[in-house]
Design a protein around this ligand. Structure first.
Ligand code: UD1
Length: 342
């Protein structure tokens, strides 16, 4: 297949582009590099040992999108977007413009070009307030912040579009908590500034960039009092995109599918696993709960097995070992000289 990957230099996009190349697909990637490095693209090519075309392009550039989509793509995998919850609260319009208007542009350019196969990077954040886990795809959706709102609205745009005319095949992949890195240690997560998410914070602490991890809440109604999440290896996620593309002809309209392991681990369990993987002591202290956080959430991943033939294969120790290899060999991310930016 000839596949267009938006956000190809980002964390999940880079891993997916690599899996697609390794499976023999032709990949064209673009990214506006607002929160990523072009060095990721060079590393993807290096690990795959294959060519991959890359363009610096923004989803808000409608002419550029129209020009690119005029090439005959079999499918689009759409990762590009802003993704920090707290930032989205401060700058909601940037999130609506980039994520929602950007996705509307992409869908319009696809429609004009007659390309109707899409895999979209959604999130379990669309489940908003959650009670009991596991959560399946029929759980009511609601958004707790502007970032979540944009994911929800883009899903709705896809549902509406798929209903408006036959022929669309859209898979909305709802990721739980992506962690880990490619086993080569050459590509991985490279957050700018202080990480918002738990795993990069733990790994930066292990490597000595941060003093200690702050555990947000030790009094949840969970086995050890800390939050429980469904951590899923980014390479497993990447392979789910490959599975979605390879089975996309079986789909009709827009369908949402959870991607998780179906198992929850606590914040403290993740810190312990990361200590084992790194062989380093990872200091932590308890801090107040972070507003908006759920106590526990993990996926019912049955539909992914049924529809995609996919289930997560890589366990928590492997997630930590691979993330650590990336962190240790790239302590300052892709821009080796960029410690100053942190
Ligand atoms: C967060 C986002 C979610 C997004 C996902 C992407 C929020 C409220 N939700 O999910 O919308 O789709 O990232 O990966 O931000 N924790 C600590 N210390 C830290 C950081 C986190 O204890 O320094 C705890 C949190 O309280 C939570 C768990 O670790 O219990 C996971 O947090 P995080 O990695 O930020 O992911 P989510 O909040 O689940």
């Amino acid at each position: 297949m000839k596949v267009l990957v938006t956000g190809a230099a980002g964390y999940i996009g880079s891993h997916a582009a690599l899996e697609l190349l390794e499976a023999g697909h032709e990949v064209v990637g673009f990214d506006n590099l607002s929160n990523s490095s072009e060095r990721a693209i060079a590393r993807i090519r290096e690990v795959a040992g294959r060519a991959m075309r890359f363009e610096r392009l923004d989803l808000l550039d409608m002419d550029g999108l129209t020009r690119l989509l005029a090439e005959d793509f079999d499918a689009v995998v759409h990762f590009a977007g802003l993704k920090a919850v707290a930032e989205s609260v401060e700058k909601p319009l940037e999130y609506w413009r980039n994520n929602v208007s950007g996705s509307a542009n992409l869908l319009a350019a696809m429609k004009a070009a007659g390309c109707r196969r899409l895999v979209f990077s959604s999130s379990c954040t669309v489940y908003g307030e959650v009670g009991k886990s596991p959560i399946d795809e029929n759980h009511p959706r609601s958004a707790a912040n502007p970032y979540g709102n944009t994911k929800l609205v883009i899903e709705d745009m896809c549902f509406d579009l798929a209903r408006s005319e036959p022929g669309w095949k859209i898979v909305l992949l709802r990721y739980f908590n992506p962690v880990g890195a490619h086993e080569s240690g050459r590509i991985g997560e490279d957050p700018r500034g202080v990480p918002n998410n738990l795993m990069p914070f733990i790994m930066q602490t292990a490597v000595g960039i941060r003093d200690k991890v702050r555990v947000f809440g030790g009094d949840y109604a969970t086995p050890d009092g800390t939050g429980v999440r469904d951590f899923v290896h980014v390479v497993d996620l990447a392979r789910a995109h490959l599975a979605a593309l390879e089975r996309i002809e079986d789909f009709s309209g827009a369908v949402a599918v959870n991607l998780g392991t179906g198992r929850g681990f606590s914040v403290l369990e993740l810190i312990e696993a990361a200590s084992r993987a790194s062989g380093r002591r990872i200091p932590f202290e308890f801090a107040p709960r972070r507003p908006g956080d759920a106590a526990a959430i993990w996926a019912d991943a049955t539909l992914a097995r049924e529809k995609l033939g996919w289930s997560a294969a890589l366990d928590l120790d492997r997630m930590c070992a691979d993330h650590w290899r990336w962190q240790r060999s790239n302590p300052a991310g892709y821009e080796g000289d960029s410690a100053a930016k942190r």
